[in-house]
Design a protein around this ligand. Structure first.
Ligand code: NI
Length: 138
């Protein structure tokens, strides 16, 4: 982390009051840490919009008894092996499996992978959680 620089921000009283209320709810100790987090979140959002290299997690829930489905999900993941860092399979109960797939790569490729997995017939739940490689974020 580089040298910290202080800067002033002008805000309407009502907006600052709302912001402070939000900080209390989110358990922030001070405004600086909250503003830093908001800036980082915005930069990560920007990374996902501008097609930079990103990281993230895809979550899948499905019934493993549908053998065709399991094979399809496996085939799709092999098509995108360059973007997949690791995956973890958890047996939730007798029928249901939860899989987390950690990904790193080009945004459009990752979005395509997430959409292909999600749209596979029989997948009960699927989310893409965006994260960052943090290369450009301190
Ligand atoms: Ni399982």
């Amino acid at each position: 982390m580089g040298l910290a620089i202080r800067f002033g921000v002008s805000l309407e009283k009502e907006l600052l009051k709302k912001f402070d209320g939000h900080l209390r709810k989110k358990k922030y100790q001070n405004r600086s840490e909250a503003v830093r987090d908001m800036i980082r979140e915005e930069l990560v959002r920007e990374e996902w919009l501008t097609g930079k290299e990103v990281a993230g997690i895809i979550t899948l829930v499905y019934d493993h008894h549908k053998r065709e489905l399991v094979n399809k999900l496996m085939d799709i993941q092999h098509d995108f092996h360059k973007s997949i860092i690791s995956s973890q399979h958890i047996h939730l109960d007798h029928n249901n499996c939860l899989e987390t797939i950690v990904i790193k790569g080009n945004t459009s490729e990752i979005k395509t992978l997430a959409e292909r997995l999600k749209s596979t017939k029989g997948v009960k739940h699927s989310t893409l959680t965006p994260a960052t490689t943090a290369k450009d974020i301190t």
